[in-house]
Ligand binder design. Structure first.
Ligand SMILES: [Zn+2]
Length: 194
C-alpha cells in the first residue's frame, strides 16, 4: 500500500487531443496536481487520414514523455479526448464526422499496446466538461452541462461529478439534435441538426 501511495503521488499523466478532423493534435504532460509541464501542438493544413494522425501522435508522445521529463516518477495514465463519437466503455472511436478511417477504431487498445501505459478515451466535449468541473468554471459543482462552440457544437454532461455517457455513449451530444425538419445537411449525414 505504501508503495502504491508513493507512486501515485509522484507520477505523471499525458493528455492527448485529436480534433474532429484530425488536423489539430495536442499532447501534454502534467503532474498529478494537473500542472502543465510540457505541451506539443500540431495543427495541419489538411485533413489527415487516421494513419497519419496516429503516427504524429506517436512522435509527439515521444517528445512530450521523453525520459528526461519524467525525473520524479513514471507515467501512470494517458487520457485521450477525441472530437467524434466515442464508445468509452469499449475504448472504441465509433466515427469522426469530419475525417475518414476512424469508424469503429479500437483506439484505446491500440494506444495501450503502442505506449505501454493504461489509456482512457472519451469524447472531447465530455473531457472538457469534466475538466471544468475539476478545475475550471464548474469547480465545486456536481452537475454541469458543457456546450462547446467550434466547427461543430459539442456537448458534455457531468452528473454527480462523473461524465454521464448514457446507454449509447451519446449523452450530451446536443449538436445532432433535430431542430428543423428537412433543414440543412449536417456533417453526420443527417438533416436539420443543431
Ligand atoms: Zn448531425
Amino acid at each position: 500500500m505504501t508503495t502504491d501511495k508513493l507512486l501515485a503521488t509522484q507520477g505523471y499523466v499525458v493528455g492527448v487531443e485529436i480534433s474532429g478532423s484530425g488536423s489539430h493534435l495536442s499532447v501534454a504532460l502534467a503532474d498529478l496536481n494537473g500542472t502543465l509541464l510540457y505541451k506539443a501542438r500540431h495543427p495541419l493544413e489538411y485533413v489527415p487520414d487516421s494513419e497519419t494522425v496516429l503516427r504524429l501522435v506517436d512522435d509527439m508522445f515521444a517528445e512530450v514523455a521523453a525520459p528526461g521529463r519524467l525525473q520524479d516518477g513514471r507515467l501512470l495514465r494517458v487520457g485521450v479526448a477525441v472530437g467524434g463519437l466515442v464508445d468509452t466503455t469499449h475504448g472504441v472511436v465509433r466515427t469522426l464526422h469530419h475525417a475518414h478511417g476512424w469508424d469503429n477504431f479500437p483506439l484505446q487498445e491500440y494506444l495501450e499496446e503502442k505506449l505501454d501505459v493504461p489509456c482512457i478515451i472519451d469524447n472531447n466535449a465530455n473531457a472538457v466538461a469534466l475538466a471544468e468541473v475539476q478545475c475550471g468554471a464548474g469547480a465545486g459543482e456536481r452537475d454541469v452541462l458543457y456546450v462547446g462552440l467550434g466547427r461543430g457544437i459539442g456537448g458534455g454532461m457531468v452528473l454527480d461529478g462523473k461524465i454521464y455517457h448514457g446507454a449509447t455513449c451519446l449523452a450530451g451530444e446536443i449538436g445532432h439534435i433535430l431542430v428543423k425538419e428537412n433543414g440543412p445537411k449536417c456533417s453526420c449525414g443527417g438533416f436539420g441538426h443543431l
